[in-house]
Design a protein around this ligand. Structure first.
Ligand code: NAD
Length: 258
């Protein structure tokens, strides 16, 4: 399986998991657009993963309808098509529910859920026209399981599974598949930031946040890696038929078993 001649757009790809997915797709032969809030970081990532022009950065706030439209238009202008969307941009905010501000709730929901909607809606017409496409949402073990302090994140990540199922049903007759990747903890900036925050909120040490909160339920006490997640993203992108659609796959060292 490869992605030769395919065009992918990965949101939040200037860092962490998204960057690893973009790198994996380049290795598989795709052309890849790095869509991220920060245009300099997006352009630098594009140059880093492929200096020959098979990758470009676009500035995109996934919650901004006009910015999403412009980013998708720039992708099609440069590479002529869109075969793969990875809706990956995300943030984490941790508080007990009774202390969550409405502003923080809305911010997190907007990036994860509105961003998934806006990018999907912008890409589908291009995929439908071509008669093929793969939409991949970055869920989480928190698409299946809850943790304290993460009310909007858990709510948003569960919601992405519903969205993927609808896109799977509506997209089927156009050759478009939709699936969700559900990683366990991966040591990206998003997780590094949470370690001291959770230690403070739970009144435990940072070492205990890692051992007793993040990795406690895994089979081997290991973090999932960005490369592990990228491999699943490759499999969902390259899978050749509608047999694999509407699914969510957990990659978490056994933290959550279905
Ligand atoms: P990260 O912080 O390394 O990367 C997130 C990227 O998203 C950054 O480049 C950031 O600039 C970008 N971003 C943030 N808001 C944006 C917006 N409004 N528009 C466009 N880009 C935006 O984090 P990560 O860990 O790589 O997370 C990527 C995804 O993986 C997120 O959806 C996250 O919820 C999910 N996830 C992460 C883990 C983990 O343990 N790290 C586990 C499960 C799921």
């Amino acid at each position: 399986m490869d992605l030769n001649d395919q065009v992918a757009i990965v949101t939040g790809a200037a860092s962490g998991i998204g960057k690893a997915i973009a790198t994996r797709y380049i290795k598989a032969g795709a052309r890849v657009v790095i869509a991220d809030l920060n245009p300099d970081a997006a352009n630098a990532t594009a140059r880093e993963i492929d200096p020959t022009g098979r990758s470009m950065g676009v500035a995109m706030d996934v919650t901004d309808e006009a910015a999403v439209s412009a980013g998708i238009a720039a992708t099609v202008a440069k590479y002529g098509r869109i075969d793969i969307l990875v809706s990956n941009a995300g943030i984490q905010i941790v508080h007990p529910l009774e202390e969550f501000t409405y502003a923080d709730w809305k911010k997190l929901m907007a990036i994860h859920v509105d961003g998934a909607f806006l990018t999907t809606r912008a890409c589908l017409p291009h995929m439908y026209r071509a008669g093929r496409g793969s939409v991949i949402y970055m869920g989480s073990v928190h698409s299946k399981e809850a943790s304290v302090l993460k009310a909007p994140y858990v709510t948003a990540k569960h919601g992405l599974i519903g969205l993927a199922k609808v896109v799977a049903k509506e997209g089927a007759s156009h050759g478009v598949r939709a699936n969700v990747i559900c990683p366990g903890f991966v040591r990206t900036p998003l997780v590094e930031k949470q370690i001291p925050e959770q230690a403070k909120a739970l009144g435990i040490s940072e070492a205990d946040v890692i051992k007793k909160v993040m990795l406690k339920e895994t089979v081997d006490g290991e973090f999932t890696t960005v490369e592990d997640v990228a491999e699943v993203a490759f499999m969902f992108a390259a899978f050749p038929s509608n047999a694999l659609t509407g699914q969510s796959l957990v990659v978490s060292h056994g933290w959550f078993m279905q």
